[in-house]
Design a protein around this ligand. Structure first.
Ligand code: PMV
Length: 318
């Protein structure tokens, strides 16, 4: 019963891919078609607690609210917990608190599943290292494989059918002056999950086939540029990678476009400022919000251009 479960808590940061994960070779195991590289969002993430449920049935609380059993997140979280329960009757109470401002309009599946993995491992008394946790988190949400660590993380595609070599690897590369700004365009939930969007693109987009090889090449260039702390090499490649991913979706049939008029307005303003010398670059995921990367020396100019943006210093205090 619930006495077999101890209470455990964990935190995981969210992350933003600099070279994107887009397309799976195995949907059940979330094995990607290409590697990806991300930067974690420090104290923007998920705090999760797992304990035995006193009520005798599963409960999932999110940001202070008990979720309806039919809620999509509750169902996904509990299906994921089944990996740890292995068919045993062990009712759980899962409490997740997101520290990401809702106004930022960022998805939280990466930090959510990474924190849940860590908390479940603690609750079930499993002695797992971070690489093990990354492999398991990957099954909850691909991008969660990268949220096990702070800083820059590469998720290796791997080759194995069972996925044992498909997990995050923390890059031993610090860049204290690295900055991220989130420009919120639309705070609402996305109409089409990244999971569905990815599968639809792989299945129907005539522009998808060249993507995996290009993304692998981008990962290598991006990692080298991070190692050299070279924003002039990094930024253009990050932006091109994101736009190439969105191009594969826009070519899907029917087309899929997460970017809205507001996203394009942000991009046009950015590109105008870049023509005037600003070294800031954009990346976008399965939603309309725009994330900018730049160095501390450009922070004032970026915030002047986008006064409502949220500024994140991923290495501060680390
Ligand atoms: O982890 P998922 O299944 O939500 O996929 C994330 C997909 C992107 O955010 C668009 C890209 C990425 O690498 O994070």
């Amino acid at each position: 019963g619930a006495t077999d479960i101890r209470a455990a808590e964990a935190y995981a940061p969210s992350n933003i891919a600099l070279s994107k994960y887009w397309g799976k070779r195995d949907a059940a195991r979330n094995l990607p078609l290409n590697s990806s590289v991300s930067i974690s969002l420090a104290n923007w993430g998920s705090h999760t607690r797992v304990e035995g449920s006193g009520t005798g049935h599963d409960e999932v609380h999110h940001n202070g609210t008990l979720l309806d059993p039919g809620d999509a997140f509750a169902r996904r979280a509990l299906a994921f917990a089944d990996l740890f329960r292995g068919g045993r009757h062990l009712p759980l109470r899962i409490t997740t608190q997101n520290s990401i401002p809702t106004a930022a309009g960022l998805a939280s599946s990466a930090s959510g599943f990474a924190a849940l993995t860590r908390a479940l491992a603690g609750a079930f008394g499993l002695d797992l290292d971070d690489t093990d946790l990354s492999r398991i988190a990957r099954i909850g949400s691909g991008s969660a494989a990268r949220s096990i660590w702070h800083g820059f993380v590469r998720w290796n595609r791997g080759e194995a059918e069972d996925g044992h070599d498909s997990h995050g690897v923390p890059l031993d590369l610090r860049w204290p002056g690295f900055r991220i700004a989130i420009v919120a365009v639309d705070k609402g939930p996305k109409p089409f999950s990244s999971r569905d969007g990815m599968n639809h693109t792989v299945e129907t987009s005539p522009l998808f086939p060249p993507w995996p090889a290009q993304a692998e090449a981008d990962c290598r260039v991006i990692e080298d540029a991070i190692a050299a702390r070279d924003m002039a090499a990094l930024g253009p490649r990050v932006e091109a990678n994101a736009l190439a991913m969105h191009a594969t979706m826009m070519a899907a049939r029917p087309p899929l476009c997460y970017l809205t008029g507001g996203s394009w307005q942000v991009l046009e303003r950015l590109w105008q400022a870049r023509a005037d010398g600003l070294a800031a670059f954009a990346t976008m995921d399965a939603g309309p919000n725009v994330k900018l990367i730049f160095e501390e020396s450009s922070a004032a100019d970026v915030l002047y251009l986008f006064p409502d943006a949220s500024l994140i210093a991923p290495f501060e205090g680390r």
